[in-house]
Design a protein. Structure first.
Length: 203
């Protein structure tokens, strides 16, 4: 599942726009996709790494994507007290080549997404618009959001309103609303005049 390169595991942290969330970056590909866990039950089912992280009392959420793990902490803890413990834990976990995600996770999430997203049937003209909106989000928005340790997914388009799902560091981030309104909404309105508003749901 993981691509393990030769040599020691290197790990560093990056701040995100969300003060409750920190990005732990390693020199390994952990998972070529996005995996978000907001509670231990889902983590226990699919991700041994996320499940282990939830054993720490201050871990509130885990998001795994490419070569980083984004951790959201409980607000009553300080990063200065817990960051080194988490760094050491993640580093040793990956060094020991323990499993990150269970086989079948991607298919299970796709099936779940198909049930919720694809249940929406778009008329021919709208289907073209939806495709364009998805492409704009994937091309221009997603890479920037990923840099901040998060993810954005198109959910639906209805009467001019685009709904998106925010994950990782973007979920519950105070500045994500500003980014959404000033950046993403502005761009989509310019590129797709039919868009009147962008609203977010937390993943």
């Amino acid at each position: 599942m993981s691509t393990i390169a030769a040599g020691p595991v290197m790990l560093y942290t990056e701040q995100t726009p969300n003060p409750e969330t920190l990005k732990f970056v390693v020199n390994r590909i952990l998972y070529k996709g996005t995996a978000e866990f907001k509670e231990k039950d889902l983590a226990s089912s699919w991700s041994p790494l996320a499940s282990s992280l939830f054993d720490f009392p201050y871990v509130k959420g885990v998001y795994i994507c490419n070569n980083f793990v984004t951790i959201t902490k409980e607000f009553n803890y300080n990063w200065s007290d817990i960051m080194l413990v988490l760094k050491e834990f993640i580093k040793s976990y990956i060094s020991e080549e323990k499993p990150i995600l269970k086989v079948g996770f991607e298919d299970a999430m796709k099936a779940q997404e198909a049930n919720s997203t694809n249940a929406i049937e778009y008329a021919e003209g709208e289907a073209v618009l939806v495709q364009k909106i998805k492409e704009l989000i994937d091309t221009y928005v997603k890479p920037a959001v990923e840099m901040d340790g998060g993810n954005i997914e198109f959910k639906s388009f209805n009467a001019g309103v685009v709904s998106v799902i925010l994950q990782g560091s973007c979920s519950g981030c105070p500045s994500s609303t500003i980014t959404l309104k000033s950046g993403i909404e502005g761009m989509l309105k310019r590129m797709v005049p039919e868009v009147t508003e962008v609203v977010a749901e937390m993943g």
